[in-house]
Ligand binder design. Structure first.
Ligand code: SAH
Ligand code: SF4
Ligand code: F3S
Length: 485
C-alpha cells in the first residue's frame, strides 16, 4: 500500500473496537488513536505541533527515520529542522564510542528546552538503545525522556505515543531480537527522486570489533515480492535511483521460501522500467559471488560503484577480526571485479588500531591501499565496544602511535583518491542532479554513476533528472562540470 492509501483507509477504523492483534492493522488502529491525541494537544497549544528527527549512523538509520517521519506526519505533526520542535526523536548509533557520546551531548541541552516547552516530547530509539547499560543510564539520569525504543520496533511509534499519553514516566520498549518484518506502514522520503530500500535486517557475521549484530539482531531477509512491489511504487512516485540496504547484502535470501540470491534480486530490480540507477550497501568481500559481478557488468543501471570494506590489509588482523578472508583473497577479488567492470569505483572502510595491531600489520594496510588504489576510503580509529570479542583482547597499543598511523593512512588515501578521480577529466557522463550545492547556492550538485560528486551551473528544474555533464576540472574529491544540454 502507498502512504496515501494507508491514510485513506484510516477513516474505516473504529477506535472504540478492541485493539487488533495482528500487524500492520494494530498500528493503523494506533495511528488513528494517536491522531485524536494529537488533536487534543494541538487545541491545547493553539497551533500546529512540529516534529524533528535527528539521525545518527548509517543508511539503515536514515531509512528507519523516514519510517518514523511517515508515522509522525500521518498523526498530524509538521516537519521542522529545529531541535526546538514539539516532538524530538534521536535515532541513535553506537558503532563507535563517539557516536554514542554525541547523543548524551544533545540530551544535556534538551533538558532545558523541555522545561520551557510544556508540549514537548522527546523519544530515543536506534542502536544505542539496544544496549542495556544505556537504557539504565537514561532511566536514571534522563528521566525527562518520554519514549525509549529500539531497532526492532520502529514501526510501533504510534502505539508507544499513545501509551506515553497515558503513562506517568518514560515508556520503555526494547526487544532483544525479532523475526517480525512489518510491511505497509507510511514513510516520508527525504528525497523525491531517490530512496533506500531495506532488503534485509540484522547481521550474522560477528566481526569481533563490531556491535551491530548485537544491536540489530539476527539476519533476516524481506520477501522479494515485497521489495519489488515497494520499488515499483517508488518508481511510480517519481523515484529514479534505489539504494538496496543491508549490513551484508551478499548473503540476502537465506531463510526465504523462494530460493533467491542477491544477484537475482538485483537483476529483478534493474528490470523495473522507471528505475534508472541501482546502488547497494554493504557488500562483505567473503560472500561476493561471480553471479553478482556478472549482473553488475551486464546492466548499465547498476551503478559503477562498489563499497567493499577491507578493514585491514593484514591477514593476521583479518583473522582476529573474524572477517573470513585473507589479504590475498581480497586482492584476487578486486582483480576479478576490475577485469570484468573496468570503470568501477571501489571504496572501502578501514580500521586503524585494532587490538594488537603492529607496525608490520599497519604497513600491510598501507600496502593494501597502494595496491587497490581506492576511489575513496572511510577510515576509523578502533573503538572498543563492550560485549564484543575484541573488547576482551589484550590491547597494548599506544594512542599516540595509533593517531600517527591514522594520519599517515588518511593522507595517502586522500592523495590516491584525488589522483583516481582526476582520471575522468574531459569526459561527458550522466549525472543525477541531487540539489543545490551546499557550499555555493548558485551551483547544482549531482553524482556520477561511480558516486563522484559534480558541481555545475544549472537551473533548479533539473533536480531529480539525469543529464549529461562535461567533467571540466577535478577538485580533489569532486568535479566542476558543465551541463551538456
Ligand atoms: N556492515 C558493514 C559495516 C557496518 S559498520 C560492513 O560489514 O561493511 C561501518 C563501519 O564501521 C565498518 O565497516 C567498520 O569499518 C567500522 N566499525 C565498526 N565497528 C567499529 C569499531 N568498533 N571501531 C571502529 N570502527 C568500527
Ligand atoms: Fe559489523 Fe561485520 Fe556485520 Fe558489518 S559484517 S555489520 S562489520 S559484524
Ligand atoms: Fe550505527 Fe546502528 Fe548503523 S550502530 S552504523 S546506526 S546499524
Amino acid at each position: 500500500m502507498t502512504s496515501k492509501e494507508i491514510i485513506n483507509n484510516l477513516d474505516k477504523i473504529d477506535i472504540t473496537e478492541p485493539v487488533p492483534a495482528n500487524e500492520p492493522e494494530r498500528q493503523y488502529y494506533f495511528i488513528k488513536k494517536a491522531k485524536e491525541i494529537y488533536k487534543l494537544k494541538r487545541e491545547e497549544a493553539g497551533r500546529d505541533l512540529t516534529c524533528t528527527i535527528k539521525t545518527f549512523g548509517c543508511q539503515m538509520n536514515v531509512r528507519d527515520s523516514e519510517k518514523l517521519a511517515g508515522i509522525l506526519e500521518t498523526i498530524g505533526y509538521k516537519r521542522s529542522d529545529s531541535e526546538e520542535a514539539d516532538f524530538v526523536i534521536y535515532n541513535t548509533c553506537t558503532v563507535r564510542e563517539n557516536a554514542n557520546r554525541k547523543v548524551y551531548g544533545h540530551l544535556g541541552i534538551m533538558k532545558h528546552e523541555k522545561e520551557s516547552n510544556p508540549h514537548m516530547m522527546i523519544a530515543l530509539c536506534g542502536c544505542m538503545m539496544q544496549e542495556p547499560q544505556v537504557v539504565q543510564t537514561i532511566s536514571e539520569k534522563y528521566k525527562f525522556v518520554d519514549i525509549v525504543f529500539g531497532t526492532h520496533n520502529v514501526y510501533k511509534l504510534a502505539e508507544l505515543y499513545c501509551n506515553s499519553f497515558h503513562a506517568k514516566g518514560t515508556v520503555i520498549d526494547i526487544w532483544k531480537d525479532t523475526n517480525l518484518i512489518v510491511e505497509d506502514l507510511p514513510t516520508t522520503r527525504d528525497s523525491s527522486f531517490k530512496s533506500g530500500v531495506n532488503i534485509m535486517f540484522g547481521c550474522n557475521n560477528f566481526c569481533t570489533y563490531c556491535i551491530v549484530p548485537y544491536v540489530r539482531g539476527r539476519e533476516r531477509s524481506r520477501e522479494p515480492e515485497d521489495i519489488i512491489n515497494e520499488i515499483k511504487r517508488l518508481a511510480d512516485d517519481g523515484v529514479v535511483e534505489i539504494m538496496l540496504l543491508g549490513q551484508n547484502v551478499n548473503s540476502y535470501g537465506k531463510g526465504l521460501k523462494e530460493n533467491i540470491t542477491f544477484a537475482q534480486l538485483l537483476k529483478r530490480v534493474t528490470e523495473i522500467d522507471k528505475i534508472k540507477r541501482v546502488r547497494f550497501m554493504t557488500s562483505h568481500p567473503k560472500d561476493l559471488s561471480d553471479e553478482l559481478i556478472e549482473v553488475m557488468a551486464s546492466s548499465d543501471k547498476v551503478c559503477r560503484h562498489l563499497h567493499l570494506p577491507v578493514q585491514s590489509g593484514s591477514s593476521r588482523i583479518l583473522k582476529q577480526m573474524n572477517r573470513s578472508y585473507t589479504r590475498e583473497q581480497y586482492l584476487t577479488l578486486v582483480d576479478k571485479i576490475r577485469n570484468r567492470i573496468p570503470d568501477i569505483a571501489l571504496t572501502t572502510d578501514i580500521i586503524v588500531g585494532f587490538p594488537g595491531e603492529t607496525e608490520e600489520d599497519f604497513n600491510d594496510t598501507m600496502d593494501m591501499v597502494e595496491q587497490v588504489r581506492y576511489d575513496a576510503a572511510f577510515t576509523f580509529i578502533y573503538s572498543k565496544r563492550t560485549g564484543t570479542p575484541a573488547a576482551a583482547m589484550t590491547d597494548t597499543n599506544d594512542k599516540a602511535v595509533i593517531n600517527e598511523r591514522y594520519q599517515r593512512l588518511i593522507k595517502r588515501v586522500q592523495e590516491i583518491s584525488a589522483e583516481k578521480i582526476k582520471g575522468l577529466t574531459g569526459q561527458v557522463l550522466p549525472v543525477l542532479v541531487e540539489g543545490k550545492s551546499e557550499e555555493n547556492g548558485s551551483l547544482l550538485t549531482g553524482r556520477l554513476s561511480n558516486n563522484t560528486l559534480v558541481h555545475f551551473v544549472g537551473c533548479e528544474s533539473l533536480i531529480g533528472k539525469i543529464i549529461d555533464v562535461k567533467l571540466v576540472e577535478s577538485k580533489g574529491f569532486y568535479y566542476m562540470g558543465e551541463a551538456v544540454i
